[in-house]
Design a protein around this ligand. Structure first.
Ligand code: PMP
Length: 395
Protein backbone atom coordinates (compact mmCIF):
# COMPACT_ATOMS: atom_id res chain seq x y z
CA UNK A 1 0.00 0.00 0.00
CA UNK A 2 1.32 3.40 -0.96
CA UNK A 3 1.08 5.53 2.21
CA UNK A 4 3.21 8.61 2.71
CA UNK A 5 5.30 8.65 5.88
CA UNK A 6 6.99 11.68 7.43
CA UNK A 7 10.43 12.61 6.13
CA UNK A 8 11.97 11.68 9.46
CA UNK A 9 11.03 8.03 8.96
CA UNK A 10 13.52 7.83 6.11
CA UNK A 11 16.35 8.35 8.59
CA UNK A 12 15.19 5.67 11.03
CA UNK A 13 16.17 2.05 10.85
CA UNK A 14 15.85 -0.72 13.36
CA UNK A 15 18.64 -0.94 15.95
CA UNK A 16 21.26 -3.45 14.96
CA UNK A 17 21.25 -4.80 18.52
CA UNK A 18 17.49 -5.49 18.42
CA UNK A 19 18.02 -7.49 15.23
CA UNK A 20 20.90 -9.46 16.76
CA UNK A 21 18.84 -10.08 19.92
CA UNK A 22 16.18 -11.80 17.79
CA UNK A 23 18.78 -14.31 16.57
CA UNK A 24 20.10 -14.82 20.09
CA UNK A 25 16.69 -16.03 21.31
CA UNK A 26 17.97 -19.41 20.12
CA UNK A 27 19.20 -21.16 23.31
CA UNK A 28 22.18 -22.63 21.40
CA UNK A 29 23.60 -19.15 20.94
CA UNK A 30 25.88 -17.72 23.63
CA UNK A 31 25.18 -14.01 23.48
CA UNK A 32 27.57 -11.29 24.54
CA UNK A 33 25.51 -8.94 22.37
CA UNK A 34 22.75 -7.37 24.49
CA UNK A 35 23.15 -5.20 27.56
CA UNK A 36 20.88 -7.34 29.69
CA UNK A 37 21.25 -7.54 33.49
CA UNK A 38 21.57 -10.98 35.15
CA UNK A 39 17.97 -12.26 35.48
CA UNK A 40 18.92 -14.55 38.41
CA UNK A 41 19.33 -11.42 40.55
CA UNK A 42 15.97 -9.84 39.71
CA UNK A 43 14.08 -9.28 42.98
CA UNK A 44 11.15 -11.50 41.96
CA UNK A 45 10.12 -12.61 45.46
CA UNK A 46 10.53 -9.15 46.93
CA UNK A 47 8.43 -7.63 44.15
CA UNK A 48 5.73 -10.23 44.72
CA UNK A 49 5.49 -9.24 48.38
CA UNK A 50 5.82 -5.51 47.71
CA UNK A 51 3.10 -5.61 45.03
CA UNK A 52 0.62 -7.01 47.60
CA UNK A 53 1.71 -4.40 50.10
CA UNK A 54 1.21 -1.59 47.59
CA UNK A 55 -2.24 -2.92 46.69
CA UNK A 56 -3.18 -3.34 50.38
CA UNK A 57 -1.97 0.09 51.41
CA UNK A 58 -2.86 2.19 48.37
CA UNK A 59 -4.73 -0.03 45.92
CA UNK A 60 -6.95 2.46 44.07
CA UNK A 61 -4.26 5.18 44.11
CA UNK A 62 -1.65 2.85 42.61
CA UNK A 63 -4.02 2.02 39.73
CA UNK A 64 -5.23 5.59 39.12
CA UNK A 65 -3.83 8.31 36.81
CA UNK A 66 -0.95 10.10 38.50
CA UNK A 67 0.92 13.41 38.47
CA UNK A 68 2.94 13.91 35.27
CA UNK A 69 6.06 14.69 37.35
CA UNK A 70 5.79 11.34 39.14
CA UNK A 71 5.08 9.94 42.62
CA UNK A 72 6.33 12.53 45.14
CA UNK A 73 7.84 10.10 47.72
CA UNK A 74 9.85 8.38 44.96
CA UNK A 75 11.08 11.74 43.61
CA UNK A 76 12.21 12.62 47.16
CA UNK A 77 13.98 9.26 47.57
CA UNK A 78 15.78 9.74 44.25
CA UNK A 79 16.91 13.30 44.95
CA UNK A 80 18.19 12.33 48.41
CA UNK A 81 20.09 9.37 46.98
CA UNK A 82 21.56 11.45 44.12
CA UNK A 83 22.75 14.03 46.66
CA UNK A 84 24.42 11.35 48.75
CA UNK A 85 25.98 9.28 45.96
CA UNK A 86 26.72 11.88 43.27
CA UNK A 87 27.22 14.97 45.47
CA UNK A 88 24.43 16.94 43.82
CA UNK A 89 22.13 19.46 45.54
CA UNK A 90 18.70 18.51 44.31
CA UNK A 91 15.16 18.33 45.63
CA UNK A 92 12.14 16.46 44.29
CA UNK A 93 11.34 19.60 42.26
CA UNK A 94 14.33 18.73 40.07
CA UNK A 95 13.11 15.19 39.31
CA UNK A 96 10.73 13.96 36.61
CA UNK A 97 10.00 10.22 36.55
CA UNK A 98 10.12 8.70 33.06
CA UNK A 99 9.69 5.27 31.45
CA UNK A 100 13.38 4.37 31.57
CA UNK A 101 16.22 6.70 30.67
CA UNK A 102 15.56 5.84 27.02
CA UNK A 103 12.48 8.06 27.26
CA UNK A 104 14.72 10.79 28.66
CA UNK A 105 16.86 10.52 25.52
CA UNK A 106 13.88 10.82 23.20
CA UNK A 107 12.54 13.79 25.19
CA UNK A 108 15.95 15.49 25.05
CA UNK A 109 15.78 15.37 21.27
CA UNK A 110 12.26 16.86 21.40
CA UNK A 111 13.23 19.58 23.88
CA UNK A 112 16.47 20.78 22.24
CA UNK A 113 16.76 19.67 18.60
CA UNK A 114 15.35 21.18 15.42
CA UNK A 115 16.14 19.66 12.03
CA UNK A 116 19.79 20.24 11.11
CA UNK A 117 20.96 21.26 14.63
CA UNK A 118 24.25 19.82 15.80
CA UNK A 119 24.53 17.24 18.58
CA UNK A 120 28.02 16.58 19.93
CA UNK A 121 28.74 13.14 21.37
CA UNK A 122 31.59 10.89 22.39
CA UNK A 123 33.17 8.73 19.71
CA UNK A 124 31.84 6.01 20.03
CA UNK A 125 28.51 6.52 21.84
CA UNK A 126 25.34 4.63 22.83
CA UNK A 127 23.48 3.26 19.82
CA UNK A 128 20.06 3.71 21.47
CA UNK A 129 20.78 7.42 21.87
CA UNK A 130 21.87 7.79 18.24
CA UNK A 131 18.61 6.16 17.17
CA UNK A 132 16.45 8.24 19.55
CA UNK A 133 18.04 11.52 18.41
CA UNK A 134 17.91 10.63 14.71
CA UNK A 135 14.13 11.11 14.74
CA UNK A 136 14.79 14.84 15.22
CA UNK A 137 17.06 14.95 12.13
CA UNK A 138 20.22 16.40 13.69
CA UNK A 139 23.78 16.47 12.42
CA UNK A 140 26.06 14.46 14.74
CA UNK A 141 29.62 15.55 15.37
CA UNK A 142 31.77 13.01 17.21
CA UNK A 143 34.22 14.63 19.61
CA UNK A 144 37.56 12.80 19.89
CA UNK A 145 37.56 10.76 23.09
CA UNK A 146 40.39 8.88 24.81
CA UNK A 147 40.74 6.63 27.86
CA UNK A 148 39.97 9.55 30.23
CA UNK A 149 36.85 10.78 28.45
CA UNK A 150 35.95 13.48 25.94
CA UNK A 151 39.02 15.61 25.15
CA UNK A 152 38.22 19.18 26.28
CA UNK A 153 40.59 20.89 23.82
CA UNK A 154 38.93 19.06 20.93
CA UNK A 155 35.50 19.96 22.26
CA UNK A 156 36.48 23.61 22.47
CA UNK A 157 37.89 23.55 18.94
CA UNK A 158 34.52 22.37 17.61
CA UNK A 159 32.56 24.86 19.71
CA UNK A 160 34.72 27.67 18.31
CA UNK A 161 33.96 26.62 14.75
CA UNK A 162 30.32 25.64 14.97
CA UNK A 163 27.70 27.97 16.38
CA UNK A 164 24.77 25.64 15.76
CA UNK A 165 25.57 23.12 18.53
CA UNK A 166 22.36 22.64 20.52
CA UNK A 167 23.25 19.81 22.87
CA UNK A 168 26.11 17.57 24.03
CA UNK A 169 25.38 13.94 24.90
CA UNK A 170 27.82 12.06 27.17
CA UNK A 171 28.06 8.91 29.32
CA UNK A 172 30.90 9.63 31.79
CA UNK A 173 30.51 6.45 33.91
CA UNK A 174 31.30 2.98 32.47
CA UNK A 175 30.31 4.09 29.04
CA UNK A 176 28.21 2.02 26.69
CA UNK A 177 29.90 0.69 24.53
CA UNK A 178 33.50 1.07 25.80
CA UNK A 179 33.19 0.61 29.59
CA UNK A 180 35.43 3.67 30.07
CA UNK A 181 34.98 6.25 32.84
CA UNK A 182 35.93 9.91 32.71
CA UNK A 183 38.57 11.04 35.21
CA UNK A 184 37.69 13.74 37.75
CA UNK A 185 40.11 16.16 36.03
CA UNK A 186 38.33 15.68 32.72
CA UNK A 187 34.93 16.23 34.31
CA UNK A 188 36.10 19.55 35.74
CA UNK A 189 37.71 20.69 32.47
CA UNK A 190 34.65 19.62 30.48
CA UNK A 191 32.38 21.68 32.74
CA UNK A 192 34.67 24.72 32.39
CA UNK A 193 34.26 24.55 28.61
CA UNK A 194 30.51 24.00 28.91
CA UNK A 195 30.09 26.99 31.19
CA UNK A 196 32.05 29.15 28.77
CA UNK A 197 29.87 28.19 25.77
CA UNK A 198 26.65 27.56 27.72
CA UNK A 199 25.49 24.47 25.86
CA UNK A 200 23.04 22.02 27.49
CA UNK A 201 24.57 18.64 28.38
CA UNK A 202 22.73 15.33 28.63
CA UNK A 203 24.62 13.22 31.20
CA UNK A 204 23.36 9.65 30.78
CA UNK A 205 24.22 7.53 33.81
CA UNK A 206 22.65 4.05 33.92
CA UNK A 207 25.78 2.28 35.24
CA UNK A 208 27.37 4.70 37.74
CA UNK A 209 26.37 2.71 40.84
CA UNK A 210 27.75 -0.54 39.41
CA UNK A 211 31.35 0.29 40.34
CA UNK A 212 33.52 -2.72 41.28
CA UNK A 213 36.59 -0.83 42.46
CA UNK A 214 37.55 2.72 43.45
CA UNK A 215 35.25 5.55 44.52
CA UNK A 216 32.18 6.83 42.66
CA UNK A 217 33.23 10.14 41.05
CA UNK A 218 31.16 13.33 41.33
CA UNK A 219 28.65 13.54 38.48
CA UNK A 220 28.77 16.37 35.93
CA UNK A 221 25.48 17.48 37.49
CA UNK A 222 27.28 18.09 40.80
CA UNK A 223 29.80 20.36 39.00
CA UNK A 224 27.05 22.27 37.18
CA UNK A 225 27.02 25.88 38.45
CA UNK A 226 24.76 27.25 35.70
CA UNK A 227 22.05 24.56 35.55
CA UNK A 228 23.08 23.31 32.08
CA UNK A 229 23.29 19.58 32.87
CA UNK A 230 20.32 17.24 32.43
CA UNK A 231 21.16 14.02 34.27
CA UNK A 232 19.39 10.78 33.29
CA UNK A 233 19.11 7.94 35.80
CA UNK A 234 17.34 4.58 35.80
CA UNK A 235 16.40 1.59 37.95
CA UNK A 236 16.84 -0.73 34.95
CA UNK A 237 20.30 -1.92 35.95
CA UNK A 238 19.94 -1.73 39.74
CA UNK A 239 16.46 -3.33 40.07
CA UNK A 240 15.07 -4.54 36.75
CA UNK A 241 14.37 -3.00 33.36
CA UNK A 242 10.85 -4.43 33.00
CA UNK A 243 9.21 -1.97 35.41
CA UNK A 244 10.43 0.86 33.11
CA UNK A 245 11.22 3.45 35.75
CA UNK A 246 13.93 6.06 35.21
CA UNK A 247 14.30 9.76 35.96
CA UNK A 248 15.43 13.06 34.55
CA UNK A 249 17.01 15.58 36.87
CA UNK A 250 17.49 19.14 35.77
CA UNK A 251 17.10 22.72 36.91
CA UNK A 252 13.44 23.67 37.22
CA UNK A 253 13.31 25.93 34.15
CA UNK A 254 14.61 23.09 31.95
CA UNK A 255 12.56 20.37 33.67
CA UNK A 256 9.35 22.36 32.93
CA UNK A 257 9.91 21.73 29.21
CA UNK A 258 10.41 18.00 29.76
CA UNK A 259 7.20 17.88 31.85
CA UNK A 260 5.24 19.44 28.97
CA UNK A 261 6.65 16.81 26.61
CA UNK A 262 5.88 13.99 29.07
CA UNK A 263 2.26 15.17 29.32
CA UNK A 264 1.87 14.92 25.57
CA UNK A 265 3.73 11.63 25.26
CA UNK A 266 2.07 9.39 27.87
CA UNK A 267 0.67 11.56 30.72
CA UNK A 268 2.87 9.84 33.35
CA UNK A 269 4.98 6.79 34.17
CA UNK A 270 3.15 3.71 35.55
CA UNK A 271 1.67 4.60 38.97
CA UNK A 272 2.03 0.99 40.09
CA UNK A 273 5.70 0.58 39.02
CA UNK A 274 6.65 3.82 40.74
CA UNK A 275 5.06 2.74 44.03
CA UNK A 276 6.70 -0.68 43.87
CA UNK A 277 10.13 0.91 43.48
CA UNK A 278 9.44 3.43 46.22
CA UNK A 279 8.38 0.69 48.67
CA UNK A 280 11.40 -1.43 47.69
CA UNK A 281 13.70 1.45 48.54
CA UNK A 282 11.85 1.97 51.82
CA UNK A 283 11.63 -1.64 53.00
CA UNK A 284 14.68 -3.41 51.52
CA UNK A 285 18.41 -2.87 51.76
CA UNK A 286 19.35 -1.26 48.45
CA UNK A 287 23.07 -1.22 49.32
CA UNK A 288 23.01 -4.97 49.89
CA UNK A 289 21.33 -5.48 46.54
CA UNK A 290 23.96 -3.34 44.82
CA UNK A 291 26.73 -5.31 46.55
CA UNK A 292 25.32 -8.59 45.21
CA UNK A 293 25.09 -7.20 41.68
CA UNK A 294 28.61 -5.78 41.79
CA UNK A 295 30.02 -9.02 43.18
CA UNK A 296 28.48 -11.07 40.38
CA UNK A 297 29.40 -8.65 37.58
CA UNK A 298 32.96 -8.27 38.85
CA UNK A 299 33.34 -12.05 38.88
CA UNK A 300 32.07 -12.26 35.30
CA UNK A 301 34.23 -9.36 34.12
CA UNK A 302 37.31 -10.94 35.71
CA UNK A 303 36.55 -14.26 34.07
CA UNK A 304 35.90 -12.77 30.62
CA UNK A 305 39.11 -10.73 30.72
CA UNK A 306 41.09 -13.75 31.98
CA UNK A 307 39.76 -15.97 29.18
CA UNK A 308 40.35 -13.27 26.54
CA UNK A 309 43.92 -12.78 27.72
CA UNK A 310 44.53 -16.50 27.51
CA UNK A 311 42.86 -17.21 24.18
CA UNK A 312 42.49 -14.12 21.98
CA UNK A 313 45.14 -13.29 19.37
CA UNK A 314 47.73 -10.80 20.65
CA UNK A 315 47.10 -8.14 18.00
CA UNK A 316 43.93 -6.79 19.60
CA UNK A 317 43.19 -4.43 22.49
CA UNK A 318 40.32 -4.49 24.95
CA UNK A 319 39.17 -2.39 27.89
CA UNK A 320 39.10 -3.71 31.46
CA UNK A 321 36.30 -1.58 32.97
CA UNK A 322 36.00 -0.72 36.69
CA UNK A 323 32.24 -1.20 36.50
CA UNK A 324 29.20 -1.44 34.25
CA UNK A 325 28.42 -4.20 31.78
CA UNK A 326 30.73 -3.96 28.75
CA UNK A 327 34.20 -4.42 27.39
CA UNK A 328 35.27 -3.01 24.02
CA UNK A 329 37.58 -4.76 21.60
CA UNK A 330 39.71 -3.04 18.94
CA UNK A 331 41.43 -4.89 16.09
CA UNK A 332 43.83 -3.76 13.40
CA UNK A 333 42.49 -1.65 10.48
CA UNK A 334 40.88 -3.83 7.83
CA UNK A 335 38.99 -6.05 10.27
CA UNK A 336 35.29 -6.05 9.34
CA UNK A 337 33.14 -6.37 12.48
CA UNK A 338 29.93 -6.99 10.53
CA UNK A 339 31.39 -9.91 8.55
CA UNK A 340 32.91 -11.15 11.80
CA UNK A 341 29.43 -11.21 13.38
CA UNK A 342 28.17 -13.41 10.52
CA UNK A 343 30.94 -15.90 11.23
CA UNK A 344 30.25 -15.71 14.97
CA UNK A 345 26.57 -16.53 14.46
CA UNK A 346 27.51 -19.60 12.38
CA UNK A 347 29.43 -20.70 15.50
CA UNK A 348 26.55 -19.88 17.87
CA UNK A 349 28.13 -16.91 19.60
CA UNK A 350 27.04 -13.25 19.28
CA UNK A 351 28.75 -9.87 19.64
CA UNK A 352 27.79 -6.36 18.49
CA UNK A 353 29.97 -4.94 15.69
CA UNK A 354 31.38 -1.63 16.91
CA UNK A 355 30.68 0.39 13.76
CA UNK A 356 27.05 0.92 14.85
CA UNK A 357 28.19 3.01 17.83
CA UNK A 358 29.67 5.73 15.61
CA UNK A 359 26.90 7.99 14.28
CA UNK A 360 28.96 8.99 11.24
CA UNK A 361 30.15 5.46 10.43
CA UNK A 362 33.60 3.91 10.12
CA UNK A 363 35.53 2.10 12.89
CA UNK A 364 34.39 -1.32 11.66
CA UNK A 365 37.48 -2.86 13.30
CA UNK A 366 35.80 -2.93 16.73
CA UNK A 367 33.17 -4.90 18.66
CA UNK A 368 31.41 -4.79 22.03
CA UNK A 369 31.09 -7.63 24.53
CA UNK A 370 28.64 -7.84 27.43
CA UNK A 371 29.60 -9.91 30.49
CA UNK A 372 26.61 -9.41 32.85
CA UNK A 373 24.07 -11.74 31.30
CA UNK A 374 25.85 -15.09 30.73
CA UNK A 375 26.76 -17.70 33.36
CA UNK A 376 30.42 -18.40 34.08
CA UNK A 377 30.31 -21.66 32.07
CA UNK A 378 28.87 -19.81 29.09
CA UNK A 379 31.49 -17.07 29.35
CA UNK A 380 34.25 -19.69 29.11
CA UNK A 381 32.60 -21.54 26.24
CA UNK A 382 31.63 -18.28 24.45
CA UNK A 383 35.19 -16.94 24.56
CA UNK A 384 36.38 -20.33 23.24
CA UNK A 385 34.02 -19.99 20.28
CA UNK A 386 35.00 -16.34 19.67
CA UNK A 387 38.70 -17.20 19.80
CA UNK A 388 38.21 -19.95 17.25
CA UNK A 389 36.41 -17.56 14.88
CA UNK A 390 39.00 -14.82 15.47
CA UNK A 391 41.87 -17.17 14.73
CA UNK A 392 40.30 -18.35 11.47
CA UNK A 393 38.92 -14.97 10.34
CA UNK A 394 40.77 -13.18 7.56
CA UNK A 395 41.55 -9.45 7.76
N1 PMP B 1 21.49 4.88 28.17
C1 PMP B 1 22.45 3.95 28.08
C2 PMP B 1 23.87 4.38 27.96
C3 PMP B 1 22.10 2.58 28.09
O1 PMP B 1 23.09 1.68 28.00
C4 PMP B 1 20.75 2.21 28.24
C5 PMP B 1 20.31 0.76 28.28
N2 PMP B 1 20.99 -0.12 27.53
C6 PMP B 1 19.79 3.22 28.33
C7 PMP B 1 20.20 4.54 28.31
C8 PMP B 1 18.32 2.92 28.43
O2 PMP B 1 18.00 2.31 29.63
P1 PMP B 1 16.56 2.30 30.28
O3 PMP B 1 15.61 2.96 29.32
O4 PMP B 1 16.23 0.87 30.51
O5 PMP B 1 16.67 3.08 31.54
Amino acid sequence: MNVKFSNRMEKLKTSEIREILKVTQNPEVISFAGGLPAPELFPVHEIKKISSLVLDEMGPESLQYDLTEGYVPLRKQISERMNRVYKTELSEKNILIVCGSQQGLDFSGKVFIDKGDVILCESPTYLGAINAFKAYEPEFIEVPTDDFGMIPEELEKILNQRHDVKMIYVIPDFQNPTGKTWSFERRKKFMEVIEKYKIPVIEDNPYGELRFSGEILPSLKSLDNLGLVVHLGTFSKTFCPGLRVGWICASEHILEKYILIKQGADLHTSSFSQRIISKMLENYDFEERLSKLKELYKKRRDLMIFEMKKKFPKNLKYTNPDGGLFTWVELPEGFDGRKFLEECLKNNVAIVPGGSFFPNGGHENTFRLNYSNMSEEKIIEGINRLSKVLNEFEY
